[in-house]
Design a protein around this ligand. Structure first.
Ligand code: GLU
Length: 321
């Protein structure tokens, strides 16, 4: 039987979810990046974007926070847009590592591939693949244009976060040079690392993330700008990458209990994709042990269950627009 959902049901689900989890105090801000440790922990926001461009939001949805690892998604897409999905698979891979996002062991265990563009190693490698090779400023311009197109917004850098992360990213420096050792960096390693660090320091709102999620959910069509941004094939590939490793070593648990492919960042954001139905995003800084926002997870899971939009469910979902 079809699952027909109205906009007012979505509104109610978002408000109920916000009120239910607003008071949750579990988790802890990321503190290995000093800037993130100081973001107010009580911030909490949820946004949903539908096919007709409707935005449903509750809470701190205008607050600009560090995109962090969610930036790995647009750059994976940019690499596909520039070089095709086959090249991404061959040069980086599309496998889960089963290990933490910044794992060095994962690179040594799989010295053939950095595994996936959605962990640090693969994301640094993806930054090295962005064209034009050798030209940092032009590569950065491509990264920015791509993310602006995906979010229908004018995304800016949080200078303080970029500085904070650049000064303390010793582990990522090791990753960049280890990848160079395995010939999995396709440009200057320091340049690739710097681009990666900069893209992690971009400021986004939950609305920006929900718009980007919806552009992937609607096969490359951005419902807010009403523009076709990329080839529909890349939406399928990107969603599969996210479903495989969006929550790092906890991805299986997440997909089992929620059923919405989603990508997290240590800034506290989570961006989810329900193909053909919606983009959904939530934000709250305190994280669990694996580096995933506690309240954002609770929120997306609750909405998924309430609206019955698990992607593995057989029912055909129809939103009354
Ligand atoms: N910039 C962060 C790092 O490289 C991103 C990690 C994340 O959000 O999972 O450590």
């Amino acid at each position: 039987m079809d699952n027909i959902i109205t906009k007012s049901q979505i509104n109610d689900a978002v408000e109920e979810t916000y009120n239910l989890f607003m008071g949750v105090k579990d988790g802890k801000n990321a503190d290995y990046i000093p800037y993130l440790a100081n973001i107010p922990s009580d911030l909490f926001g949820i946004s949903i974007v539908l096919e007709d461009g409707t935005v449903i939001s509750c809470g701190a949805t205008d607050y600009k926070f560090g995109i962090e690892s969610i930036s790995k998604v647009p750059t994976a897409l940019l690499v596909m847009r520039q070089s095709g999905s086959k090249e991404l698979l061959e040069k980086i891979g599309a496998d889960a590592t089963g290990l933490p996002f910044n794992s060095i062991c994962a690179i040594i265990l799989e010295n053939d591939h950095p595994s996936t563009p959605l962990v640090n190693a693969g994301a640094i490698s993806a930054c090295s693949m962005v064209k034009p090779v050798g030209k940092s400023d032009q590569k950065w311009a491509e990264i920015m244009q791509n993310i602006n197109e995906l979010t229908a917004s004018d995304i800016t850098l949080i200078d303080e976060l970029y500085k904070s992360e650049s000064e303390t990213n010793y582990n990522n420096r090791a990753i960049a040079w280890l990848l160079k050792n395995f010939s999995r960096i396709y440009d200057d390693p320091d340049m690739a690392l710097d681009l990666y660090t900069r893209q992690c320091s971009l400021a986004v709102t939950t609305k920006d993330l929900a718009v980007m999620g919806s552009t992937i959910a609607f096969a490359g069509f951005n419902p807010v700008s009403k523009k076709q941004i990329f080839d529909p094939e890349y939406a399928i590939k990107t969603t599969s990458l996210i479903a495989t490793v969006g929550f790092y070593q906890n991805t299986g648990d997440w997909m089992y209990s929620c059923g919405i492919p989603a990508k997290t960042g240590v800034g506290g954001g989570v961006m989810g994709i329900v193909p053909g139905v919606m983009g959904i995003a939530a934000f709250s800084p305190p994280l669990d042990e694996a580096g995933n926002s506690v309240r954002a997870q609770l929120a997306i899971k609750h909405i998924a269950n309430k609206l019955n939009i698990n992607i593995y469910n057989q029912a055909k979902i129809k939103i009354e627009l």
